[in-house]
Design a protein around this ligand. Structure first.
Ligand code: NAP
Ligand code: G4F
Length: 350
């Protein structure tokens, strides 16, 4: 039985990836960091121990800032695969906590790779690094692919750049099977509520149920290539099952603005959203009732913004056979259905 070690297990991607690995019959060691209130909500339905298909799940306490602890874990489990998903992953927040972001997202990756090397696991342990389309930042090419130059625009992206090159360096210097998945934005009903898609589906559903007045948004003209997290963890898994290590972009190739996302979600909730005013005074108003649904709030602007991301994932499609199953429409439906049910339950409990 292969052993997979997953960091970031309690996050959106961790939750989908653990299910995938268990379905593949893996023994999964899932890193969970200490918190004063439970951070296990996305894994609540999973029971540790032996699963029906013979797979096994274990939760392991630890933190990416604790190198000695990580080495102890690697020594104990000698994993066949490491999926390094743990990160301070909020781009806006990284401007507030740049040092912490560098420590977790940058040095955390180094700690794991150095652990592999020091324990002599170079030939045994395969390594996946959760790299990001944020690396392309102030984009130098459209669409962005593996060969597009990087131009990071946030402490988050700069920390991830360090992690990207550390992964490449440990592959070249020590022969470790180490891969970067350069993933464009991927969302789901399990997405953190601070990220824009979930903020919109959750907020709009709450407005519909009378639980919230308006949505306060930042730069609504920003454009993203949004896919479904369930599809993207399939790509992560495939990268570590190849004959040789490489770096791959995962993206849909389809792009929408935050403004379009708002329009689609409110339309699906039977509002007729129209835009009035300009700049920070712009408002999204329901034409029928005259109610203001969207306001611009400058505190959500970033000191430096990534305005445009759209990926070319031809390499992953050709070499890994990766194909997303979800469309943009099914992604929005999946998220909205979940958040409408959540808002209805919330209203019933009020
Ligand atoms: P997420 O939901 O924010 O999850 C982040 C995970 O990292 C959580 O489990 C969190 O634990 C954990 N974590 C944070 N700091 C840690 C530390 N010091 N030690 C150990 N664990 C720590 O992120 P996600 O959307 O699943 O993304 C997964 C990874 O892919 C991240 O590295 C992200 O940067 C990267 N990425 C994401 C996207 C995307 O669109 N989702 C695109 C490209 C790359 P708690 O639950 O305790 O907070
Ligand atoms: O949803 P976002 O916060 O995601 P962002 O910054 O693109 O980062 C996410 O995707 C990256 C992959 O490209 C990951 F590496 C990263 O970990 C994270 O998962 O913001 C998307 C866009 C931005 O341009 C932002 O300025 O939406 C814009 N936006 C407009 N109003 C907003 C808001 N973003 C947030 N979070 N909240 C707003 O009110």
């Amino acid at each position: 039985m292969k052993t997979s070690f997953v960091t970031g297990a309690t996050g959106q991607d961790g939750s989908y990836l653990i299910r995938k690995l268990l379905s593949e019959g893996r023994r999964v060691c899932a890193l969970v960091r200490r918190s004063s209130t439970s951070n296990m909500s996305r894994l609540a339905d999973l029971t540790p121990g032996r699963q029906e298909n013979g797979a096994e799940l274990q939760f392991v306490p630890g933190d990416l800032t604790d190198g000695a602890g990580l080495i102890g874990i690697l020594e104990t489990y000698e994993p066949d695969e490491i999926f390094n998903l743990a990160a301070q992953s909020d781009v806006r927040e990284s401007f507030n906590v740049p040092e912490l972001t560098g420590n977790v997202d940058g040095l955390g990756t180094l700690r794991l790779l150095e652990g592999i090397r020091r324990l002599g696991l170079e030939k045994k342990t395969r390594f996946y690094q959760a790299s990001t389309s944020e690396l392309f930042g102030d984009v130098r090419e459209k669409p962005q692919r593996e060969t597009t130059p990087f131009a990071p625009r946030s402490p988050y992206a700069i920390a991830k750049l360090y992690a990207y090159w550390t992964t490449v360096n440990y592959r070249e210097a020590y022969g470790i099977f180490a891969c970067n998945g350069i993933l464009f934005n991927h969302e789901s009903p399990l997405r953190g509520e601070n990220f824009v898609t979930r903020k919109i589906t959750r907020g709009a559903a709450r407005i519909r149920e009378g639980l919230q007045e308006t949505l306060r948004m930042g730069n609504i003209d920003s454009r993203r290539d949004w896919g479904h997290a369930e599809d993207y963890v399939e790509g992560m898994f495939l990268m570590l099952q190849q004959d040789s290590p490489d770096d791959y972009v995962l993206a849909t190739g389809e792009q929408h603005s935050v403004r379009e996302f708002l329009e689609i979600v409110f339309r699906d909730l039977d509002y007729d959203l129209v835009w009035r005013g300009t700049g920070v005074d712009e408002k999204g108003v329901d034409r029928r009732s005259g109610k203001t649904l969207v306001e611009i709030a400058p505190e959500f602007f970033r000191p430096t913004e990534v305005n445009y991301l759209c990926g070319d994932s031809s390499k992953a499609r050709e070499k890994l056979g990766w194909r997303p199953k979800h469309s943009f429409e099914t992604l929005v439906q999946d998220m909205l259905k979940n958040d409408v049910e959540l808002a209805k339950r919330e209203r019933a409990n009020n």
